[in-house]
Design a protein around this ligand. Sequence first.
Ligand SMILES: [Zn+2]
Ligand SMILES: [Zn+2]
Length: 191
Amino acid sequence: MSTQTSSAHGKTPRDLSATVVALTSLSGEGSTISGEISVVALSEGVESEDLRVKSPAHLDLTLRRDGGRFLAHGTVEATIHQPCSRCLAEFDTRLMMRFERFYMIGSDPDDVPGEHQMEEDLVYLEEGELSLKRLVAEEVILSVPMVPLCSEACAGLCAGCGADLNREQCGCADPEPTGPFAALANLKISS
Ligand SMILES: [Zn+2]
Ligand SMILES: [Zn+2]
């Protein structure tokens, strides 16, 4: 029987919204940090017109020195709110991310000025200071669905009258499919 229990239950989670870890303070053994990034702090990093943060994000993070690099791995859980790309209804998505990334202190030799490359698994930190708020914001952005759907079966809006076809049947005749995706309408996709 395991004596380990989930950290956050039963007590107030630690607020990591303003936490910055100095990488040079880490040992090879590493350290584990668990807590939350507040809605306000996370919103600064991820919000756009179409995307809002719904609840504090939970972070479980293990950090350790790995040769000349620093390894960060763990999980992020967050809830975002965005409009469906078919019917425009707003809905919540619970995101669960498992991440692993390496950090180095210094400036990126391949850095293109003005371009922030988040996709890289190796991230350079000029001052060697890791902002947990930023780490979580980056993971959320990488996990946001490109084409958010309230449901795989969402019927979307009628192209003729704009009626929400999930809720009502409108009087429009089936329009002839046109445009670059017309051929796709005839494909049956099984999942
Ligand atoms: Zn929808
Ligand atoms: Zn219609």
